[in-house]
Design a binder for this molecule. Structure first.
Ligand SMILES: Cc1cc2nc3c(=O)[nH]c(=O)nc-3n(C[C@H](O)[C@H](O)[C@H](O)COP(=O)(O)OP(=O)(O)OC[C@H]3O[C@@H](n4cnc5c(N)ncnc54)[C@H](O)[C@@H]3O)c2cc1C
Length: 234
């Protein structure tokens, strides 16, 4: 059921040159499952606009959530969050969406580009503390080392959970760190297809529309079961 509630900004943080993290205190419990999104009401020139943002924080806290927002020039939601001040209030509704973890023992590979990391961060931060036994792998596509954010979280997950690992694909830079790979997510998948694709692995993809579609099709063409490929298109 969609809950309408009020959100108040309690923290804003620049993550890279065009991405911010926003923390919101909610007037009501949202009852969301990791991977779902909220709908933000934005008033501009006496008109109401609605924009969707994935919840980026774990489901253990239903009254305080985080969003990871890419600021696109001239965008209504982008401008709203860029200018928004601490303690500013606005209406939201949620939770919505079906991009949630399937409860099974399959290995899980998470593929994100850019802010597509948001719902996947929520899933991993909610699921890893339950100490699941299956293999979990995050593959995140970004442009440069400078654009990366929240890397310490992934490092800590890898340190504390022997079944979790991550790789970063940098499309525009020769990487220094051994977890980083030079190229797009698609290149990484093609190069590692024999270890990535199996009928006991589920895939969770999130990012912009075209990239998500491309990765989904690539995985299926390489033998992934279409029933085990889940995605959210921004
Ligand atoms: C399920 C879901 C979850 C999502 N989660 C996230 C998330 O976690 N993080 C995130 O960053 N995004 C997320 N998105 C994307 C988000 O909803 C917005 O689409 C995105 O933030 C852009 O919205 P905006 O209002 O800033 O831009 P818009 O106002 O929608 O504009 C988009 C682009 O069009 C251009 N434009 C707008 N109007 C005009 C015009 N009249 N003429 C020419 N150009 C124009 C703008 O300059 C901008 O570049 C999600 C989307 C979906 C569907």
């Amino acid at each position: 059921m969609l809950i309408k509630t009020q959100a108040e900004i309690t923290h804003k943080q620049q993550l890279n040159n065009d991405t911010i993290l926003v923390r919101l205190d909610l007037a009501d419990n949202l009852n969301f499952t990791a991977g779902q999104y909220i709908i933000v009401d934005i008033e501009k020139n006496n008109q109401l606009f609605k924009r969707l943002y994935s919840i980026a924080s774990p489901e253990t806290n239903q009254r305080q959530i985080e969003l990871i927002i890419q600021i696109v020039p001239g965008g209504i939601g982008s401008e709203f969050f860029q200018k928004a001040k601490i303690n500013q209030r606005f209406n939201i509704s949620g939770p919505a969406g079906h991009f949630v973890l399937r409860k099974n023992n399959n290995n899980k590979i998470f593929l994100a580009t850019g802010t597509g990391i948001a719902p996947i961060r929520s899933m991993l931060a909610s699921y890893l503390p339950k100490n699941p036994k299956e293999e979990l792998k995050l593959i995140w596509g970004m442009r440069t080392t400078e654009s990366l954010y929240l890397i310490d979280e992934y490092k800590n997950w890898q340190k504390n959970h022997s079944n979790f690992s991550y790789n970063i694909c940098l499309s525009r830079e020769e990487p220094q760190d051994p977890v980083c790979f030079k190229g797009h997510l698609q290149d990484f998948i093609n190069l590692n297809k024999s270890s990535l694709i199996s009928n006991t692995t589920d895939f969770y993809i999130c990012g912009n529309r075209d990239m998500t579609e491309e990765i989904k099709n690539l995985l299926i063409s390489l033998g992934a079961n279409p029933q085990q490929v889940y995605f959210e298109k921004f």
